[in-house]
Design a protein around this ligand. Structure first.
Ligand SMILES: [Zn+2]
Length: 379
């Protein structure tokens, strides 16, 4: 165990030096009074971008005099330098911050003199700003103009942790189930999304029959907003829970397995929402200095968290011959949290999986070694 902590400590230091700040992006609606400026720029920029893509050698703002110099430069780097780009479908108006020269932070928001002269764009800064505004983008959605702006904010250095909580993400059942291997506590976050998904699916089906395209797009966006909202709330409470219990968060490394296309549970349409949840957990944790670790997701729902033997869960029930009976997701969450320390060993020998016994804490000597085939992706 000591050896393990030492390894982690080394890992923290490596991370700390690289990531002292992180970039956050926010979105606001542009007030009505400023939209005429954007509408005009949008038209002109469209013409310019077409010229940019036709003749890639004209990669200087002097060829695009009809738009502000900073917009021309930003469009060149966003679109013209992208060699694969043939045409632009949803034109975005980017403005590079240029170290505070083009995008200024003022009382009440942001000022972009090249676009709006002295007018102030309302923007709030919920996190402390490190440096300048990096970039601003204007885009139109559903007839409304929006601005997204990003800036760096300092992150806390990685906090010392006393435990690990394993997080099992689900498409059926609660969004996330987490287990603390030290205390044996299980907590469920978020609603059971199955009902929500089903509801939206039915509504989409009806619209598909009618061939109502616009309504279909609307309902898709509504669904993704709903999921996003849930993911924000779940990640927030999860990270707060980890902070309170001074624990690191342990996630399954889904990137690894889904590439192989073996883990059925995650190779579903809902995969993007797992990824979104992970992104939210990552940045919220980084802001609070909570470390995150990954484990190989193979067999997390099949291995018994008490004795290490492998059983197929029946629906949401998990039953083992050792007498262990649990909810499938909490059993998986325990496996994820208990497996935390072996991710490093995992890189050395990808075919071996180690499951410590809960009763013995994370005592190295008590771990049971389960040999798993690396090709076996059945869950
Ligand atoms: Zn068992």
């Amino acid at each position: 165990m000591e050896n393990f902590i030492a390894k982690l400590g080394y890992k923290y230091d490596m991370v700390d030096k690289k990531e002292l700040t992180m970039c956050l992006t926010f979105k606001v609606v542009i007030p009505h009074s400023l939209t005429p400026v954007l509408n005009e720029l949008y038209q002109k920029a469209g013409v310019c971008v077409n010229r940019m893509l036709k003749d890639r050698t004209k990669s200087s703002s002097k060829y695009y005099k009809e738009i502000p110099c900073v917009l021309a430069k930003s469009l060149i780097s966003k679109y013209q330098r992208n060699k694969k780009l043939k045409h632009v479908k949803n034109l975005v108006l980017p403005v590079c911050g240029d170290k505070g020269k083009q995008v200024k932070i003022v009382e009440g928001g942001i000022r972009i003199p090249a676009f709006f002269k002295k007018s102030i764009l309302p923007a709030s800064f919920s996190k402390p700003i490190f440096g300048f505004i990096r970039q601003v983008e204007f885009f139109k959605r559903g007839g409304k103009w929006f601005m997204s702006y990003s800036y760096n904010t300092p992150v806390l250095s990685k906090q010392e942790v006393q435990g690990f909580i394993g997080v099992d993400r689900n498409s059926v059942g609660n969004v996330a189930v987490c287990a603390d291997v030290m205390t044996g506590k299980v907590r469920k976050f978020g609603p059971d999304t199955a009902g929500i998904t089903k509801n939206f699916r039915n509504r989409r089906k009806n619209l598909q029959k009618k061939g109502a395209k616009n309504a279909l797009t609307k309902i898709r966006r509504k669904q993704s907003r709903r999921i996003k909202d849930i993911n924000h709330k779940v990640s927030k409470s999860l990270v707060d829970y980890a902070k309170l219990h001074r624990s690191a968060i342990v996630l399954e490394d889904l990137g690894k397995i889904s590439k192989k296309g073996k883990a059925k549970r995650y190779v579903q349409k809902s995969q993007w929402s797992f990824y979104q949840l992970e992104t939210f957990i990552k940045y919220k944790a980084a802001l609070l200095g909570i470390p995150i670790f990954y484990v190989n997701p193979a067999y997390t729902s099949q291995v018994c968290s008490r004795c290490g033997s492998i059983n197929k869960p029946n629906g949401k029930h998990y039953k083992c011959s050792c007498g262990h009976f649990d909810h499938r997701d909490s059993n998986a969450a325990f496996n994820i949290s208990a497996n935390e320390w072996f991710i490093y060993e995992q890189t050395a020998g990808p075919s071996a999986s180690v499951v410590p016994c809960i009763g013995d804490g994370l005592n190295q000597s008590s771990k049971k070694v389960v040999q798993l085939e690396s090709s076996g992706g059945a869950r």
